[in-house]
Design a protein around this ligand. Sequence first.
Ligand SMILES: C[S@@+](CC[C@H](N)C(=O)[O-])C[C@H]1O[C@@H](n2cnc3c(N)ncnc32)[C@H](O)[C@@H]1O
Length: 203
Amino acid sequence: MTVDRIVTMAHRLIEPRLKLARCVIDATAGNGNDTLFLAGSSPADAVIWAFDIQRQALQNVRELLCRHGLEHKVRLVNECHSKVALHIRQPIDVAMFNLGYLPGGEHGLITQAQTTTAAIRQTVALLSKAGIISVVVYPGHPGGSEEHETVRDYIRHLPGKQYKVACWSMVNQREDAPLLYIIEYLGGGAGESNPTGTNQGNN
Ligand SMILES: C[S@@+](CC[C@H](N)C(=O)[O-])C[C@H]1O[C@@H](n2cnc3c(N)ncnc32)[C@H](O)[C@@H]1O
């Protein structure tokens, strides 16, 4: 195994679950590289929901998907990802959050601590059994450190019996290097309290 870029590590870690996925979320579609990966690595009948607040970004995503013949698998949603629970009514198998701003785009349009955490919270509550979320955070961006702390504070308190939460970080690089978090829902027994929401296993 080689140590890849952090987003490539995210792809590698979620890929096995993606092969069995039916409902997939790209919470930050951006230039569409992650959406393309999710659409290309999931079963033919999987549906990928791709959110972005930038209309132009979604237009670019659509063009990228069309070039690869995968646009039929993707529903583009020009809304804040904190509205995810309004759109998704089924268990989520895989979700990707690649935070920060659009490379080559408007750096002011950056993900925000409160809406990011609200979106992760809703996605956690909708995870299927063995469902997985990857979150790449960029503490080096303006506002990125606050966003990282808010996200970390939320996910590190998820109950350990029901969720596995792991972190991948580069320990010999700059202190504010990007980090990757992985959240996996293990399922909860009948009657076991689930403070995060109402997960429904579908496996
Ligand atoms: C780092 S980029 C994502 C890169 C992308 N996944 C790719 O493969 O190219 C972050 C994206 O999040 C989007 N974004 C920022 N705030 C958002 C929000 N509240 N809801 C949805 N998308 C948001 C930005 O517009 C930007 O396109």
